[in-house]
Design a protein around this ligand. Structure first.
Ligand code: SD4
Length: 322
């Protein structure tokens, strides 16, 4: 019997991506094809300033992209980090999976690999992103702009409303197979060379074709310390619903890290189970600024294409309930 196909994605812009992925699934396409097509839609949209083309740059004004993709049936994965000049990093990640014996390529050599595979070298910084970067830089001290000269820093990366909004993607196809993806320009104004959670298998995304798939968005420097996507899938394997599993992984993260880690910034997860049940959870309703309302999108055979919100679990409520 055919499985009820479905795709789930992060953030408001995920709605258009989910609709795109759902078209692939409705045509009998594979989960991984749906993930790639959906991810590409967001990557190529210059209005989305946190993914692919039009993404906000690092402290040097260079757009550095992270992306990964994972296939359920083969348990294969591909990943790129610190990739410059290529508009569709999730497709490069898929080529890494298919055409190398490796899982992850970084920096200049990831770009070299992409060019060898026919990707075009293009300018990723739009005029809007460039303006935003110039504005940010004008308000920094020389030491801050240099970043590496500031000595050891207490606490966390400085967080602003600009810092985030990765697209995480999970899908189940009509053949009963799962896949996951994640693509981002990472934190705006990051230290050059910084790699977030998104391209890290188990952190930004994870799939077990017998259980389910999960993907994340949020404070990558924190999330990767708790391997949250792997935890979510593993929890579904123990019988939790997708939403319960996302909540459990976030609880673990917040129990391990100081509450201040989540003052300005959040962590959110989406998940799909092998039977088509879907869910999500976030540490807060808005990340860093009220206009960055946490929303997640879904579209599928039995799921209308809609944006969803919550559930939310604040550090204090979770910590006091432990
Ligand atoms: C990162 N996790 O690079 C990404 C950013 C993000 O919502 O998803 N923000 O840390």
């Amino acid at each position: 019997m055919a499985t009820p196909y479905v795709i789930v994605t992060t953030w408001r812009f995920g709605l258009a991506a989910s609709i795109r992925g759902n078209e692939v699934l409705a045509g009998g396409g594979s989960a991984i094809d749906a993930i790639e097509a959906a991810g590409n839609l967001t990557e190529l949209d210059p209005e989305v300033n946190s993914v692919g083309y039009g993404g906000l740059p690092n402290a040097d004004g260079v757009v550095e992209l992270d992306a990964a993709i994972m296939d359920g049936p083969t348990h294969a994965a591909g990943s790129v980090a610190g990739l410059t000049g290529i508009k569709t990093p999730i497709s490069v990640a898929r080529k890494v999976m298919l055409y190398t014996p490796h899982t992850m390529l970084v920096g200049d050599n990831a770009k070299r690999f992409a060019l060898q595979h026919g990707f075009a070298d293009e300018r990723l910084l739009t005029d809007v992103s460039n303006e935003r970067w110039l504005e940010w830089r004008a308000n920094q001290s020389a030491a801050d702009v240099a970043h590496f000269d500031t000595g050891p820093r207490e606490g966390l990366t400085e967080l602003t409303p600009d810092n985030h909004d990765t697209i995480g993607l999970v899908a189940l196809d009509s053949h009963g197979n799962l896949a996951a993806g994640c693509t981002t320009s990472g934190m705006a104004w990051k230290v050059p060379g910084r790699v977030g959670d998104s391209p890290i298998i188990g952190s930004g995304l994870y799939v077990d074709n017998e259980i389910g798939a999960a993907a994340g968005t949020g404070h990558g420097d924190e999330m990767m310390k708790a391997v949250v996507s792997f935890r979510t899938v593993e929890a579904m394997g123990r019988g939790l619903t997708p939403t319960e599993a996302c909540v459990e992984a976030l609880r673990y993260l917040m129990r391990k890290r100081p509450p201040e880690s989540f003052n300005n910034y959040g962590a959110a997860l989406i998940a799909v189970r092998k039977d088509g049940d879907i869910g999500a959870a976030s540490t807060r309703s808005g990340f860093a600024a009220p206009d960055r309302l946490w929303q997640w999108a879904a579209a599928g055979e039995q799921v209308p294409a809609i944006l969803n919100e919550g559930p939310y679990c604040t550090p204090t409520s979770l910590i006091s309930s432990l």
